[in-house]
Design a protein around this ligand. Structure first.
Ligand code: GTP
Ligand code: MG
Length: 148
């Protein structure tokens, strides 16, 4: 079953959006298999965003992401990576449709409240980086009502 790494960024935590965001993934039918609140170090975030090192906004991005606790989560389900990205919206909240998380709750690209893995390969890398202890395994009673 496909897994994706979804992280509520420090602005999402500060703005009190944790419950609303988690609810969206639960209601869609995804299964929560890991969750923690953690203030990441800059070194850890530089690994997470290694692909973006060299971008002009990289130092600001690392400072922003290290400025307070984030909610790190892993969700499992059908096409979790691609569907998660659709639920997030576009990188720029102003280009995100109403109904997407960024389209409903954010305005600025540098304060876009949530991260989602962009490929299955990166999802597995990010899950290993944020949850070296591993994720949970359990059967949800709702599964036969979510999948045929
Ligand atoms: P993530 O889910 O956070 O990885 O966002 P993304 O995949 O939609 O975009 P990308 O990986 O290209 O960029 C990572 C993060 O860097 C974005 O979510 C933004 O917070 C930030 N970012 C990207 N482009 C810009 C930019 O042009 N200016 C600023 N200030 N921040 C940017
Ligand atoms: Mg990205």
């Amino acid at each position: 079953n496909e897994r994706t790494y979804i992280m509520i960024k420090p602005d999402g935590v500060q703005r009190g959006l944790i419950g609303k965001i988690i609810t969206r993934f639960e209601e869609r039918g995804f299964k929560l298999i890991a969750l923690k609140l953690v203030t990441a170090t800059e070194a850890h975030l530089e690994k997470h965003y290694a692909d973006l090192a060299g971008k002009p906004f990289f130092p600001g991005l690392i400072k922003y992401m290290a400025s307070g606790p984030v909610i790190a989560t892993v969700w499992e389900g059908l096409d979790a990576v691609k569907t998660g990205r659709v639920m997030l919206g576009a990188t720029n909240p102003l280009a995100s449709p109403i109904g997407s998380i960024r389209g409903d709750y954010a305005l600025a690209v540098g304060r876009n409240i949530i991260h989602g893995s962009d490929s299955v390969e990166n999802a597995e890398k990010e899950i290993a980086l944020w949850f070296p202890e591993g994720t949970a395994q359990y059967t949800s009673v709702a599964e036969p009502w979510i999948y045929e």
